[in-house]
Design a protein around this ligand. Structure first.
Ligand SMILES: Cc1cc2nc3c(=O)[nH]c(=O)nc-3n(C[C@H](O)[C@H](O)[C@H](O)COP(=O)(O)OP(=O)(O)OC[C@H]3O[C@@H](n4cnc5c(N)ncnc54)[C@H](O)[C@@H]3O)c2cc1C
Length: 401
């Protein structure tokens, strides 16, 4: 038997960083919220991300600070405050994998880096290191490049998901599109029938990442958001499981204005580390077959770390795409993205880093609607809860030691 219609102030579709950040922030403002997730919480992009909370300096490798680098410069501090328990979203308990990031040059581009990093603009945000301060993976005497330390942090995305889900757990419901229905009207989402329970939201936020494309199509049919569409930027990430030690959180600077290689390190249950490889390797990798990408990763590691022996390491390929609002020429959007039409808001954080920016933007859009918090909502216990996702390195290397 279904209970009385649930009337949340705000219904959020999608339980990645965007949806989970927003439900925490909006609940703390007194709004009664529910979140619906079709798969696992965080299981699409959020748990596939490298967890780097960056201030944008890696975008400045071309030699100047773009508007993108300016706009996200304040984000690491916002996250640090949230992790310290201050701000609208409480992230205390989130595990910080590294308080800093490194940038290293493989040699030939050293002089360009020196000129650029010496510029006034960057003072205080970056520090050139002497050899004793190098990360252990670059401490070998054969390494001849330069190393800089950036004021960016890296978070454990699994602990991030846990901390965001815990305070709102009964409100994170599982939506099964083969069973449940969404009813659209000219003002937005009119109702959802979920496992026999009717839900009638006052405002709906689309935070479904790649799933926003399909939701927008349905909204278009109800004459909403006709001009909105999304884009997808595919990546072929590489994972390398090894027992060499060396926790590395770093970007290698090549000759282009993008990092040649970005490495983050993640601990496995057997004590091994997984080096998760992104950057240019992953962007160019989409043109390669899995076998070619595997070889490209092996070659890149042999070139950049000739003193490390990866012959006993396990390698895995991960095809995953970033979902973003459509931009000209597939360029990267500058900020978090949020737009409202009537009672419907569409969002893309575009980066994990920009979740606080997304929170600000969505709150401002909700303020425009004059929505006042309704009475406390009791969520029936029989409704299905959305399960938590797990990072991909656990499933990709399952059973290997
Ligand atoms: C390989 C990779 C590495 C990255 N590294 C970084 C990084 O180091 N730093 C950084 O700042 N950013 C990084 N990013 C970007 C960042 O991960 C994303 O911008 C961010 O996670 C997007 O969050 P989201 O909540 O919008 O989407 P998602 O995490 O994809 O969540 C969307 C959720 O919506 C659900 N869903 C889909 N359709 C529906 C529907 N109809 N109804 C309800 N739910 C639905 C999905 O199942 C999913 O759980 C990376 C991205 C990738 C792909």
């Amino acid at each position: 038997m279904s209970s009385a219609t649930l009337k949340p102030d705000i219904l959020i579709l999608g339980g990645g960083i965007a949806g989970l950040w927003l439900i925490n922030q909006l609940q703390s403002r007194g709004y009664q919220c529910l979140l619906l997730e079709t798969d696992t919480l965080g299981g699409a992009q959020t748990l596939a991300s490298q967890g780097i909370i960056h201030g944008g300096l890696k975008y400045a490798l071309g030699g100047t600070l773009s508007s993108e680098s300016e706009s996200i410069a304040g984000m690491p501090d916002r996250w640090r405050q949230a992790i310290a328990g201050h701000g609208p979203v409480d992230l205390s308990g989130v595990q910080v994998l590294s308080e800093t990031q490194h940038l290293w040059s493989a040699g030939s581009v050293a002089s360009r880096m020196t000129t650029f990093f010496a510029s006034r603009m960057l003072r205080g945000r970056i520090e050139k290191l002497k050899r004793p301060g190098f990360p252990s993976a670059l401490a070998d005497p054969r390494f001849k490049g330069q190393v800089y330390r950036l004021d960016d942090l890296v978070v454990n995305t699994e602990s991030l998901l846990d901390v965001l889900a815990a305070p709102v757990r009964p409100r994170l419901l599982h939506l099964d599109l083969s069973r449940d229905t969404l009813v659209w009207g000219e003002n937005g989402l009119q109702a959802v029938e979920l496992a026999g329970q009717r839900i009638e939201p006052r405002v709906t936020v689309l935070a479904a990442g790649a799933g926003n494309a399909d939701l927008l199509e349905r909204a278009h049919k109800a004459h909403l958001f006709k001009a909105e569409s999304s884009q997808s930027r595919p990546l072929k990430m590489m994972l390398v499981k090894h027992s060499l030690g060396h926790r590395l959180y770093a970007h290698c600077v090549g000759t282009s204005n993008k990092p040649r290689l970005t490495v983050t390190s993640h601990e496995m249950p057997d004590g091994d580390l997984v080096w998760y490889l992104g950057g240019d390797l992953a962007e160019r990798g989409v043109q390669r077959s899995d076998a070619q990408q595997l070889q490209a990763a092996r070659d890149e590691l042999a070139t950049l770390f000739p003193w490390l022996d990866f012959s006993a390491a396990g390698f895995a390929v991960l095809d995953v795409a970033r979902a973003e609002p459509r931009q000209h020429g597939l360029s990267k959007p500058d900020n978090a993205y949020a737009r409202r039409e009537r009672n419907l808001i569409v969002t893309w954080p575009t980066k994990l880093t920009l979740a606080p920016d997304l929170g600000d933007r969505v709150e401002a859009l909700i303020d425009e609607t004059d929505l006042t918090p309704g009475p406390a909502l009791t969520v029936p216990e029989n409704l299905p809860l959305a399960p938590l996702g797990t990072p991909r390195w656990f499933s990709l290397f399952e059973g290997t030691h």
